[in-house]
Design a protein. Structure first.
Length: 278
């Protein structure tokens, strides 16, 4: 009986070992190709080959471990290249910012503000006391907003503005940020509209940047109608221009931070693997 079992098991074990040997050989061939792709800076192909090892030869543990270590090297190189690109893009954006920053007024009260705001010179408070108009600003992170300022007498309780030219118009939704103050007995109403939640008003003004004037309506308990002239149109367009640069820089900073965190993580994993190997 024992001899019969041996006769059955021995061929099976030989087949199993032969099969494992073949799998190991094929897995090593894929690993060798992945290493060549890595050395040739073909990182996408290297990762595809590494994934093939994981999916096709899950039991060839030694090769799989080497493949994982190689993938970490591939991902590290990709992040380093990405960071170099982001650094170069930031340098370009910084040059763009430096070339126009002097055209704006920067205001920041460090006593209560962590982030300052840029205004176009024609729209600073000192030059617009007692004026009803639509003002633009952008903070250091590139977040742009409009503020409708009404001080033409009486209570309007406005929460929205409408800008129009002929039959075309754009209107903000009701602002959640409405506040009232007074100056020398004059009531001043203000409402803020952040870009992206402005009903397309900023985009409409940019599209009509060459207009001499646009109709401007303050909508509340009643409607107050006036005109927005070219100086205010220009101010909003120019602030939007600055916002594009600042928001792009803020996005690059976020991506730089993410890339640096990934590089730190991968360096740590690679270091741990090296210590295990030693």
């Amino acid at each position: 009986m024992l001899m019969k079992v041996h006769r059955i098991l021995i061929p099976f074990m030989m087949f199993f070992l032969a099969s494992c040997g073949q799998e190991g050989k094929k897995a090593n061939e894929l690993l060798s190709r992945a290493e060549s792709s890595f050395q040739s800076a073909n990182y996408s192909e290297a990762k595809l080959l590494i994934d093939s090892i994981r999916n096709s030869y899950p039991k060839v543990f030694d090769v799989r471990r080497k493949a994982i270590m190689l993938k970490q090297q591939v991902e590290l190189k990709e992040q380093q290249i990405s960071l170099e690109y982001l650094d170069s893009m930031m340098a370009v954006k910084q040059l763009s910012l430096d070339s126009i920053k002097s055209e704006y007024i920067f205001e920041k009260d460090t006593a209560y503000q962590d982030i300052g705001n840029y205004f176009y010179p024609s729209q600073v408070v000192e030059k617009n006391i007692g004026r009803t108009f639509l003002r633009a600003c952008v903070n250091e992170k590139g977040e742009m907003s409009l503020t409708s300022i009404y001080c033409a007498g009486g209570s309007l309780n406005h929460t929205s503005v409408k800008v129009s030219s002929n039959d075309a118009f754009a209107q903000t939704p009701a602002s959640p940020d409405v506040y009232v103050s007074s100056d020398l007995g004059r009531k001043i109403e203000k409402a803020d509209y952040k870009y992206g939640a402005d009903g397309g008003v900023i985009g409409f003004i940019i599209a009509n940047k060459d207009a001499k004037s646009l109709k401007l309506e303050f909508i509340g308990d009643r409607t107050y109608r006036t005109l927005m002239y070219s100086p205010d149109i220009k101010a909003i367009v120019q602030v939007a221009r600055l916002a594009q640069i600042l928001s792009a820089m803020e996005e690059i900073r976020k991506e730089q931070k993410e890339a640096n965190l990934k590089i730190q993580f991968l360096n740590k994993k690679i270091s741990e693997n090296t210590e295990v190997e030693e």
